[in-house]
Structures are given as structure tokens and as C-alpha cells.
Design a protein around this ligand. Structure first.
Ligand SMILES: [Zn+2]
Length: 90
């Protein structure tokens, strides 16, 4: 029977095979969800989630560019599309 603090589901359970071929359960903190691109749904790079981010400053956890909710390819496409629209209007 695990200790009372480990009986809740607030930590995830990972089964680990030890060198002596024994299988044990390790209790690890749950992983944060990775933010996804708004357009194509790919996971975004350069954004720190979960417990790692607690040691970093707010600006170090995110990316400093316009459309930070888009991946780099989708942002590039959008900027080119907007530039073309702008050129056609004038
Ligand atoms: Zn994208």
C-alpha cells in the first residue's frame, strides 16, 4: 500500500523496470500541456511549460515576436499574405 500522500491522483504513475528485473511504480509530477499553433496545431517551440518554468522569468518562458500563438511557418505565411493584401490596396 503506498503512503497516504501518494494515494491521490495528483501525481502520475510511471512503471519502471529496475536492473534486478523488478517492476516498481514511481510517482512523478504531471506534465503540463504544450501550447499548440492556432492555425495548424503543431506544438510550439521555445515555450517552457510545467515545473521547469517556475525558475525562469516570464519573458524567458515565452517567445518575443508578433503572433506568438502561431508556429514560425504559419506566421511567415500570414505576414506574406498581409503584405500582399497591403500592396493590392494601395
Ligand atoms: Zn502552424
Amino acid at each position: 500500500m503506498p503512503a497516504p500522500r501518494l494515494r491521490s491522483r495528483s501525481k502520475r504513475r510511471v512503471s519502471v523496470r529496475l536492473p534486478g528485473n523488478k517492476s516498481v511504480v514511481h510517482y512523478k509530477p504531471r506534465l503540463g500541456l504544450k501550447p499548440k499553433c492556432r492555425n495548424c496545431g503543431k506544438p510550439l517551440h521555445g515555450i517552457v511549460t510545467g515545473r521547469k518554468g517556475l525558475k525562469l522569468s516570464r519573458s524567458a518562458r515565452r517567445i518575443a515576436r508578433p503572433f506568438s500563438d502561431l508556429c514560425s511557418e504559419c506566421m511567415r505565411d500570414l505576414l506574406i499574405k498581409r503584405a500582399i493584401q497591403h500592396a493590392q490596396q494601395s
